[in-house]
Each structure stands twice: as C-alpha cells, then as structure tokens.
Design a protein around this ligand. Sequence first.
Ligand SMILES: Cc1cc2nc3c(=O)[nH]c(=O)nc-3n(C[C@H](O)[C@H](O)[C@H](O)COP(=O)(O)O)c2cc1C
Length: 196
Amino acid sequence: MPVNVPLRDYLLTRRSVGLAFLREPGPSDEELATMLTIATRVPDHGKITPWRLVIFAGESRVKAGEALADLVRRRNPDASEADLEVERSRFLPAPLTVGVISRPQDHPKVPRLEQVLSAGNVAFNLSHAAFAMGYAASWVTRWYAFDAEAAGILGAKDGEQFVGFVHIGTAAAVMEDRPRPALEDVVTTWSSPLQG
Ligand SMILES: Cc1cc2nc3c(=O)[nH]c(=O)nc-3n(C[C@H](O)[C@H](O)[C@H](O)COP(=O)(O)O)c2cc1C
C-alpha cells in the first residue's frame, strides 16, 4: 500500500496550539475559504448539513469579548476587573476564530447524536485544515458554549449549540506533547458477547 508519508506523519504528531500562542498573521480570505471548504467536507448521514459556522475576525473579536464581559458584569456586578479582562480576551490574540454550531433536527433515520458528531467532525477538520495551510489551531468550548444567553450573543439560535470555537493563527511556540493513552488501555478485540 503506497504510504502518504506527510499526511501520516502529521496525524502521528499533530497537537493543538493554545489560544495564547496563536498570533498574527492569520489566514488570508482565500486561505480561509480553503480551510472552510475542507472543514465542511465531513461525513454527514442523510446529507442534512446539521451544522453551520460563525467567523470572528478583526474588530469582531474585541466586540465579542466585550459582550461576554458585559454579560458577566450584568450577572455579577462585583466581578473583578481581572475577571472581566479574561472575558474581553476570549478571542484574543488569535487573529481568527471560527465557532462551530450544531443544529440537529428531528430526522426519521438520523439520530441527533450522529448529527452532533458530524458537527464535531467539522471542528476537528477545520483544525486539520489550519495546520495543512501552515497555521496552527486549537478547539475549545468554554462556558459561553454552554450558557444559552452567551451562546445567543455569539450567534447561536434556538435549538442550536456551539460544539466549539476553533482558534486559528500562526504558532508563536512549539507545544510539548502531552501523554497519550496506551493502545492496550483503550483497544480490545471483540470475540464474543459480554455475559450479563
Ligand atoms: C469539544 C472539546 C472542547 C474543549 N474545550 C476546552 C476548553 O474549554 N478549555 C480547554 O482548556 N481545553 C478544551 N479542550 C481541549 C483542547 O482542545 C486541548 O487543547 C486538547 O486537549 C489538545 O489536544 P491535542 O494536543 O491532541 O490537540 C476541548 C476539547 C474538545 C474536543
């Protein structure tokens, strides 16, 4: 079997680069279009496109962070300036963030789980796409993915849920790898039904 060595080696060694280490330059519009094309080329049972993407770029990153800080301040008037600054920086310093929204629908043949998994594939494919184009990325959720009001501010409509935010930029550091699971701990070979 002919081996695609660069692809294999990328998959064997890839790892995320955290938001704090993602800097300018970010992708051009053309590069971003390629990344989004790769990201949306994922398994999708029933071809129902149960996801969509929201781009945070330029000044929108600052505005989105300010909106989160406003929400936190409204809920907790005693929030410290340091806490508010954390919220203001949620989309910084990475030059680009793409929010991946799951929008599952009732379907006679496609369970919601499959639709959510398809959205997860979009997020991870987008990360792969960023690395393929010479950039780096990390996929995170954070509280505002699960808080309905915050998610709404960031673009999620009723019935929708962010499966994550993929931050993209130029890597400012080389990440050390983290421990990976030993295959023997996570892989078994099925031979017969488990006894109840
Ligand atoms: C759906 C999902 C959500 C995540 N959300 C967060 C998060 O909110 N905060 C965080 O520090 N890491 C989060 N992570 C983990 C980061 O992606 C982390 O950087 C990752 O474990 C790095 O893995 P890698 O080195 O294999 O790329 C999340 C991972 C996934 C799959």
